[in-house]
Write a protein that binds this ligand. Structure first.
Ligand code: UDP
Length: 333
């Protein structure tokens, strides 16, 4: 199987390449523009592995992309702007890169009959769980309504462009029979995730290891559900080869919820840090008008039914692996 991974130098993309290379039948080509990805992430296989090749460039450039899609049997479309902080600071590129990238990928995949996995995000649900589930007990299902706010809040632009990615993929499937699978990642975490783009776990772990204040935004009662990247990539490779998944949308996440305050406390305790929690308003963290969702947790019945999805890594294991990674990176013992 010839497999193209866009966003191969990113956090999830680099782990995915490694998993795909474990199968001796696979030849993997990575593509990345290095805006948020890095060669360091690919250290284990870049210029080392005989079945891995790499091209530098952007999915927004159709003619650059063409020969690589033509070459492939499968494409994992993971190339996208990433992280709430990065997205808030790059409003134009967030929109254009998402839309142009998916337009090119799907058009070429359709032309050359290549199967595509489109990586979307739980951001597409917006605030739906807060507004639909007053009991605070259930998770989001793929059929749930999506509730997003004003166009003046750029966070919702990201959510909407990702939703448009989904619409376009499903439209190609319906109109032309293009084989595609859409997945929605829920807070995927693990080694190699950078603290640079504002994601909460690498941020807290770095702050704790450096003895800096842990910056909790809002009152810290908001919850998130974290999935280890190894579970995420295992799931998407299985979905990619399952006929039942074609033309479908899947949540890829872990239903276990933790509040951000509790997460901060657990990280302080695990790192034996002297750091203290400092509360910042969303306004201070992201600027005026920023909105967060109180809960965002998946219902995973659909993916369990299709591939027998199993979560292998609990939050403690996840945190231990991230702490070990960041310690090595920061050279802390
Ligand atoms: N957050 C925080 N401190 C940080 C970074 C994030 O309190 O330094 C909060 C953020 O406001 C959100 C949660 O942690 O409620 C998860 O943030 P992240 O950016 O990792 O992902 P999101 O779920 O918002 O996409």
């Amino acid at each position: 199987m010839k497999i193209l991974v866009t966003g191969a130098a990113g956090f999830i993309g680099s782990h995915l390449c490694e998993l795909l290379l474990q199968d001796e039948e696979n030849e993997v080509r990575g593509l990345d523009n290095f805006i948020t990805g890095s060669k360091e992430n690919m250290r284990a296989f870049y210029k080392v592995h005989p079945r891995f090749s790499f091209v530098k460039g952007s999915v927004t450039d159709k003619e650059f992309l063409r020969p690589h899609i033509e070459w492939a049997d499968h494409v994992y479309q993971l190339a996208a702007p990433v992280g709430v902080k990065f997205i808030m600071n790059n409003p134009v590129h967030t929109i254009l890169d998402n839309i142009r990238g998916i337009d090119n990928i799907l058009e070429l995949a359709n032309q050359y009959n290549v199967k595509v996995l489109v990586a979307s995000t739980s951001e597409v649900y917006g605030k739906s769980l807060d507004l639909l589930d007053t009991t605070g007990t259930r998770g989001l299902t793929e059929e749930d309504y999506r509730i997003e706010g004003s166009t003046q809040n750029h966070r919702w632009a990201y959510a909407n462009t990702k939703a448009l990615d989904e619409f376009l993929a499903l439209a190609y499937y319906k109109q032309y029979g293009l084989k595609c699978v859409v997945i929605r990642f829920f807070n995927t975490v693990g080694p190699r995730q950078s603290s640079q783009y504002g994601m909460v776990i690498p941020n807290f772990v770095c702050q704790a290891l450096k003895g800096e204040d842990i910056t909790v935004y809002g009152d810290g009662t908001q919850t998130r559900s974290f999935l280890h990247v190894y579970d995420a990539i295992q799931a998407i490779t299985e979905l990619m080869i399952t006929e039942h998944a074609v033309g479908q949308v899947y949540n890829v996440g872990n239903p276990f919820e933790i509040s951000i305050k509790e997460l901060a406390e657990r990280i302080i305790q695990k790192t034996n840090s002297r750091s203290k929690i400092r509360y910042l308003s969303y306004h201070e963290a992201y600027g005026a008008g920023f909105e967060d969702m109180q809960r965002r947790t998946p219902n995973i019945d659909k993916i369990v039914k299709t591939i027998g999805f199993k979560i292998r890594y609990d939050l403690d294991t996840i945190l231990d692996s991230i702490i070990a990674y960041q310690k090595a990176k920061l050279n802390v013992t």
